[in-house]
Each structure stands twice: as C-alpha cells, then as structure tokens.
Design a protein around this ligand. Structure first.
Ligand code: APR
Length: 265
C-alpha cells in the first residue's frame, strides 16, 4: 500500500475510534505547542538542550537561586517578539470538543494554548505559567505583570507589597504536583475508552502513568508524536507526524460522519 494510502487508512481508523468511543480524552505535551513557536524540552531543539533542568527548573535550586529560573524564562518565553497563538493542532482539539467528540484534555503544558483555542475542559497537571504567586504573602501576579517586571530588568521578580520572591505557578522538578488536578486526571484516565496522546516523550512521571492506565485497562490509544516513545508498542495507531498536520484530518473525517448523521436525523 502506498504511503499516502496507508496514512489515509490510519486517519480513517482513528476517526472511527473517535466516533465509536464513549469517553475520549486527549493527553498533550510540549510537542503540541512547537508549531506555535514554543520549544519542547527533549526534542532536537528542546529547552533542556540549552538549559540544564537540574539547575534551571529544579524546585530546591529555585528556593536558593530563583534568578536562574527567571533568567531562562525571560529569555525563552517573555523575551519573545511575538504573541504565541494556538496552532491547527490546538484548534482541532477545540473543534472535537465542540462536536462533542472530546470530553477532556489532560495537559502537561503550562502555556494555556488549549484554553485560548477554546477548549473548556482542560486539566493542567503541571500547573500554569499564566499566574505567579509571592512566596511570602501569596499575592497573585498575572502573566502581564511578570512580563512587565522582567522587561524592567527585575530579573528576580519580587512582590510589590512585601518584596517576597515571586514563583511561577508552573510545577518545577522536585516540587509536589497539585493534588486536585492530578486526581481528576487520574479519574479521566480510568474512565476513558480512547486516549489521544499528542506531542509527549512520555518520559516524565507520574504524568506518563496516565496513558498507561488507559492501555492497561485494554482501552484504545492513538499516539501522534514526531519521535518514538518508550510505550510505542502499546498504541493501537501511531503517527510519527506533526500534530498540526494530522489532527485537522481527524476532525475532517469525524465531521464527515457526524455531518452525515445529522442529515439522517
Ligand atoms: N508534533 C508532534 N510531536 C512533536 C511536535 C509536533 N509538532 N514537536 C515536537 N514533538 C514531540 C517531540 O518529538 C517530543 O518527543 O513532542 C515530544 C515532546 O516531548 P518533551 O519535550 O519531553 O515534552 P513533554 O513530554 O511535554 O515533557 C513532559 O517534562 O520537562 C518536563 O514539566 C515538563 O511538562 C514537561 C514534562
């Protein structure tokens, strides 16, 4: 079978799994946001190729030397000359939710792009970069306020009220995961009969445990990832392709079916 026909067949099979499933959950990682211009962590041009996460994204190191983390963030995120927008992969997941064919997104990402794309049910298991808090008085600061502080070369942003050090609400290595979101993500992984795993190396735990829960229960799982992961053998369908290329084809196939069903009603 020619490559294109093989890809078309896999897309048709994936769309059928999405149509047949009762509970569809997406599990996303940094790879879904690279087509929005953000770096992933372990890909060829990943953030951890440039910054050693042991120093720049480690909770214990942050408590002693917060400047390291904020320097990396300023350079890589805030120091961007353009707004970061959702890409076709994010928009495709938003469409699946509108068509009632996606119940929930569990994301490891902190960029908020799923919510900006329009998805309502998003569980952020690694926190969010959209807000930061003062480590002393707990006052909350918005993304914009932090950006302004970093712009003013306040390399370690401090609280306007008590001068305490500000920490992003992104979970760092060695920092306990927020319990509530992870428990809810676990519930969804135990309830799903189909999981779409998109743009993750599946190398960080306990997050990577979630797709395993779906697979161990004998339910269906589809992987869209540019490179191999340790669990590839367990997936029903695998696309070593860009998420922004494949997901819109899923939507197109599902819409064909749903559109057709609507006419029948
Ligand atoms: N489409 C599909 N896959 C892609 C794309 C793309 N456009 N771009 C990159 N990828 C793949 C890469 O090949 C890589 O395997 O996405 C994967 C991203 O893996 P990581 O960089 O390890 O990111 P992630 O799995 O989200 O990391 C998990 O580790 O550093 C911590 O807390 C951080 O949440 C993060 C966690």
């Amino acid at each position: 079978m020619k490559l294109v026909e093989e890809l078309e067949e896999k897309i048709r099979k994936s769309a059928q799994l999405i149509l047949d499933a009762k509970v569809v959950v997406a599990f996303t990682g940094a790879g879904i946001s690279t087509e929005s211009g953000l770096k992933d962590f372990r890909g060829d041009y990943g953030l951890w190729k440039k910054f050693d996460p042991y120093y720049y994204a480690n909770y214990r190191v942050f408590l002693e030397r917060p400047k390291l983390y904020w320097t990396m963030v300023k350079e890589e995120r805030y120091g961007r000359d353009k707004k970061v927008e959702p890409n076709p992969a994010h928009l495709a997941l938003a469409e699946l939710e509108v068509m009632n064919r996606l119940d929930c997104i569990i994301t490891q990402n902190v960029d908020g792009l799923h919510q900006i794309a329009g998805n309502k049910k998003v569980i952020e298991i690694h926190g969010s970069s959209r807000t930061s808090h003062c480590m002393k008085c707990k006052r909350e600061f918005s993304y914009g306020e932090i950006a302004a502080k970093l712009e003013l070369d306040e390399i370690t942003p401090t609280c306007n009220d008590c001068r305490g050090v500000l920490k992003s609400d992104t979970v760092l290595f060695g920092e306990p995961l927020p319990v509530e979101p992870f428990n809810e993500a676990l519930w969804w992984a135990e309830s799903a009969d189909l999981m779409l795993v998109i743009g993750s190396s599946l190398t960080v735990f306990p997050a990577a445990e979630l797709p395993k829960r779906v697979i161990q229960r004998g339910k269906k799982a589809i992987l869209i990832n540019l490179t191999e992961t340790p669990f590839d053998a367990d997936f029903d369908l695998i696309f070593y392709e860009k998420a922004g290329k494949i997901l819109p084809f899923f939507v197109k196939e599902v819409r064909k079916e749903i559109g057709h069903t609507k006419e029948q009603l």
